[in-house]
Design a protein around this ligand. Structure first.
Ligand SMILES: O=P(O)(O)O[C@@H]1C[C@H](O)[C@@H](CO)O1
Ligand SMILES: Nc1nc2[nH]cnc2c(=O)[nH]1
Length: 295
């Protein structure tokens, strides 16, 4: 049977602008911080004051969420004096979206005036010193889809967003990372907050034992199915990035183990740590200068 590859949803500058203009027409809020909530972590949006909620289904050009634990709405509001927009639900390539759709909101946020992107995700722990419920501050990533050519910056470069060959050795802002670490220690949760390398894989399968072992050998501390693509696009358009992984399960790397990764466990663990993660984000925002130059 002949098959046709689906067309890539590569968007024009005007598409992103149309979405940003439409959002501006719906709210007078002008966020400087965008927060992408990972699986089960959408509760962060409930912390915002003066909330304006806009379902994805109403937003021109926006994809729709299809995964349990991802609500599918943008929430504008203020947190600790910072004007924020929260994505309550993100998009993943395993849902059938391409890399341009998954990262579409990031460029829209940049056009809205956002300067800082906070990414959160649920991830499987690979580092044997991690435990379920730990928080990993992301210090670097391995963009597995990008490494094999599935990068959201593939295609003609639009210089209005950024340069053709962006640097990724500074993807996760070192000053924000230090602020996050200090804040965690100040809040007395330093014992379960670590720094590490996040590896993005395509999913939706959890790792085989051999894959888990291979990823660990490559230098990954945690593995998940999101984040790196969003971060690549954010860095391309000059946003500074802070990232958190909640270690919701340990990746099985032992043939004698009877553990089996599953999405229900992922969501259960997010419930267990939701207060700590929210407190940490709140504490960081309270101390974070609005202008990146002031850090
Ligand atoms: O959106 P995130 O990366 O938090 O979601 C993770 C990866 C899969 O989507 C799902 C697996 O349980 O959680
Ligand atoms: N790939 C992957 N994604 C996850 N998201 C939450 N846990 C996991 C995991 O173990 N593996």
């Amino acid at each position: 049977m002949a098959t046709t590859a689906p067309a890539a949803h590569r968007c024009s500058y005007e598409d992103y602008e149309a979405t940003a203009d439409w959002l501006r027409s719906q709210t007078e809020q002008r966020p400087k911080v965008a927060i992408i909530c990972g699986s089960g972590l959408g509760g962060l949006a409930a912390l915002l004051d003066n909330r304006v909620v806009i379902p994805y289904k109403d937003i021109p050009n926006f994809p729709q969420t299809t995964v349990e634990g991802h609500q599918g709405q943008l929430v504008f509001g203020t947190l600790e004096g910072q004007q924020c927009v929260c994505m309550q639900g993100r998009f993943h390539t395993y849902e059938g979206y391409d890399v341009y759709q998954v990262t579409y909101p990031v460029r829209v946020f940049s056009l809205l005036g956002v300067r800082t992107l906070v990414v959160t995700n649920a991830a499987g722990g690979l580092n044997s010193s991690f435990s379920v419920g730990d928080i990993m501050l992301i210090k670097d990533h391995i963009n597995m889809p990008g490494l094999v050519g599935n990068n959201p910056l593939c295609g003609p470069n639009d210089d209005r967003f950024g340069v053709r060959f962006p640097c990724m050795s500074d993807a996760y802002d070192r000053d924000l990372l230090a602020l996050a670490q200090q804040t965690a220690e100040g809040q007395g949760i330093g014992a379960f907050v670590h720094q590490g390398v996040y590896c993005m894989v395509g999913g939706p399968t959890f790792e085989s034992i051999a894959e888990g072992r291979a990823l660990r050998t490559m230098g990954a501390d945690a593995v998940g199915m999101s984040t790196a693509l969003e971060v690549v696009v954010a860095r391309h358009c000059g946003l500074r990035v802070l990232g958190f992984s909640l270690i919701t399960n340990m990746v099985v790397t032992d043939y004698d183990s009877t553990l089996k990764a599953n999405h229900a466990e992922v969501l259960d663990t997010t419930l267990m740590r939701t207060q700590d993660l929210q407190g940490l984000v709140r504490g960081i925002l309270a101390q974070m200068p609005v202008d990146p130059e002031d850090l």
